[in-house]
Unconditional design. Structure first.
Length: 83
């Protein structure tokens, strides 16, 4: 089985918004993964970057997913693809 590296699409300050955006992308059949430290889930807050939640997607889905979150005006910290 081939392993695909994932790319960070956006970063959120909490699990709730990250899960909402994840569900939205999955409704467009874009598989994604939330990457986070246990602190975000256990304590429910962020402190100096600890507890941030990263939304990860396949590089093949990156541009489409970015377009979806931008069209929905989702307030996150989207990662811009290097030119």
């Amino acid at each position: 089985m081939e392993r695909t590296e994932l790319k960070e699409l956006a970063v959120f300050d909490g699990m709730m918004e990250a899960n909402i955006v994840k569900s939205k992308l999955e409704s467009f059949e874009i598989p994604c993964l939330l990457k986070y430290e246990a602190t975000a889930h256990v304590f429910g807050f962020t402190l100096n970057g600890l507890g941030k939640v990263q939304l990860m997607v396949s590089p093949d889905d990156f541009q489409r997913a970015l377009g979806i979150i931008e069209a929905e005006e989702i307030e996150a910290e989207p990662e811009q693809e290097a030119v």
